[in-house]
Design a protein around this ligand. Structure first.
Ligand SMILES: NC(=O)c1ccc[n+]([C@@H]2O[C@H](COP(=O)([O-])OP(=O)(O)OC[C@H]3O[C@@H](n4cnc5c(N)ncnc54)[C@H](OP(=O)(O)O)[C@@H]3O)[C@@H](O)[C@H]2O)c1
Length: 509
């Protein structure tokens, strides 16, 4: 594993939830694996007035709860915490950035971090355009005398196409595109990366991976929980912004991209952008036909009353924000012309699962008695979470008289690699940024292309109240209307369970 250059990691939003639960535990795990540089420091920055000691105490708690190496003894964690300091910074006060500059200069002098800095923006999104400008104005942005400065930006990247363009413009005022790392933690998941490996390290799939052999592709990312305590945020966002524009379109890109010319970050990202640019735009009536939005309604599950979306705290009583989206989209290029991609995401579904299913076409001629049934079920399932793995459903002869066929599973579970260390998504992505590998980060053009595709749907949903918001009882697989989208004899959405092999409409309830 490549060791990063010496540097300082500055986290804006250090008193927040993400720093506590994900970022510092991830940095600690990197430290434990000796993947941090010899000369390294973390600076936490947010408005709250905290001493170094208080901040370290809080971070220790985060490590103890959320790090992969959470069982470590106190002394080992305390040694790591010496690398962390805290500084109070308010974006309303320009002078705070001068204070930050002095703090960084002192640390750099004391430690010898060679002037290299990563700034991590983990603040409310409204500050993503503000902080880079303040850094620029304080002269904290430039790669100078062989040193580098990088900027990691958390999601969301904009609220719609216009705000995404505006944000990219602000970011690019003081930082060059190769200094900017837009993080989508989905891409940091091992199993998402395994899509690339499955596709491009196995000669057997590529000949089938196209319109000649694939009937349709299904991408599902659902949760059994509701919106929890995030009502205020969620109601102004919705599933299309929260999940589809970023995670599900990224998954679609990885599944459908052309083989890149090399494993270089730009070569890969070029291919993903081409997919996004090939999405058939939704116009007028297409929006209602090819996109379904829904909201969960209250119901009783196992004797317990579950509130509907509009009854959740922070949600408007008449809200039309979607907690569920299903879409049918087309990629207009030579590989995928005419192949529907069905994607869906939702809250309060029967289980929590993310997976991709490649449904292959039937054999051209039926030979066996129950061929109908078997042919419709030839599927390759790439399971992102949980029970991560790969499963191929094939028809096999049932032993005995005649030629009866049954579907069987050829499967691989990640858990079978029992001694493999699985880094968290943030660990993987932070390390990638430290070593300058942006492959799994989003480029400006990809973000803009994804928004360009989604924007007409957002606008129509907002402005046209004739487009229905379908209800679905909490704990079910979404509005019935979404079932009508899937075309083909005996074709339905797959109803996945917690375990990769399982399926069935009510399996987790
Ligand atoms: N939490 C997650 O799991 C998660 C996952 C994916 C993406 N994200 C994104 O990551 C970002 C951070 O999420 P979070 O959950 O950590 O949010 P959070 O708990 O609300 O934390 C926000 C942080 O920003 C600081 N802040 C707010 N206004 C500031 C200002 N004017 N100047 C300086 N600092 C300011 C806050 O601290 P002070 O009040 O002390 O200033 C706090 O440390 C969000 O944009 C979110 O969308 C979060």
């Amino acid at each position: 594993m490549k060791k990063p250059d010496n540097h300082i990691l500055v986290i804006f939003g250090a008193s927040g939830d993400l720093t506590f639960r994900k970022l510092i535990p991830a940095v600690y795990d990197l430290h434990k694996q000796e993947l941090l540089p010899e000369k390294f420091a973390v600076v936490g920055a947010s408005r709250t007035d905290l001493s170094d000691e208080k901040f370290r105490e809080k971070m220790k708690d985060g490590i103890k709860k959320f790090a992969n190496y959470k069982e470590d003894n106190e002394q080992v964690v305390n040694d790591f915490l010496k690398k962390i300091s805290y500084i109070s910074v308010d974006t309303e006060k320009k002078e705070d950035f001068q204070k930050l500059k002095n703090h960084l200069l002192k640390l750099d002098n004391d430690l010898g971090t060679d002037g290299n800095v990563i700034y991590y923006l983990s603040t409310p999104p409204s500050l993503y355009g503000v902080i880079p400008c303040l850094l620029g104005e304080a002269g904290l942005n430039n790669n100078e005398n062989g040193s580098w400065k990088k900027l990691i930006v958390e999601k969301p990247f904009g609220y719609d196409l216009e705000s995404a363009l505006e944000l990219n413009k602000k970011l690019s005022k003081y930082f060059k595109e190769d200094q900017i790392y837009r993080i989508d933690h989905y891409l940091g998941k091992e199993t998402v990366q395994n899509i690339l490996v499955t596709r491009f390290s196995n000669g057997v799939f590529e000949p089938l991976w196209n319109r000649n052999y694939v009937h349709h592709v299904e991408i599902t990312s659902v949760e059994n929980i509701g919106i929890e305590n995030r009502g205020g945020y969620y109601d102004s966002s919705g599933a299309l912004r929260d999940m589809v524009q970023n995670h599900l379109l990224q998954l679609t890109g990885l599944i459908s991209m052309e083989p890149p010319s090399s494993f270089d970050s730009n070569a890969i990202r070029n291919e993903i952008v081409k997919v996004f640019q090939s999405f058939r735009p939704f116009n007028g009536r297409d929006i209602q036909k090819y996109s379904i939005r829904g909201q969960y309604t209250s119901t009783t599950i196992k004797g317990e009353k579950v509130p509907g979306y509009r009854e959740e705290k922070g949600v408007e009583k008449e809200s039309r924000t979607e907690s569920y989206v299903a879409m049918k989209l087309f990629i207009d290029n030579w590989r995928w012309g005419g192949v529907p991609f069905y994607i869906r995401t939702g809250k309060r579904m029967p289980t929590k699962v993310t997976e991709v299913v490649i449904h292959f076409k039937r054999t051209p001629h039926f030979l066996f008695s129950n061929q109908n049934q078997v042919n419709s079920c030839n599927q390759l399932i790439l399971r992102i979470q949980p029970d991560e793995g790969v499963l191929l459903k094939v028809g096999m002869k049932v032993p005995g008289q005649g030629f009866n066929i049954q579907n069987v599973n050829l499967d691989f579970h990640y858990s079978d690699l029992s001694n493999a260390y699985l880094p968290t998504a943030y660990e993987r992505l932070l390390h990638d940024c430290m070593i300058g590998d942006s492959t799994l980060y989003q480029r400006a053009d990809a973000v803009e292309a994804a928004w360009k595709f989604v924007d007409p749907i957002l606008k129509a949903w907002k402005n046209d109240h004739n487009i229905p918001v379908y209800g679905y009882p909490a704990g079910t697989w979404g509005p019935e209307k979404a079932d009508e989208m899937i075309e083909g004899k005996n074709m339905t959405w797959r109803y996945p369970c917690k375990n990769l092999e399982g399926d069935g409409i009510y399996c987790e309830l």
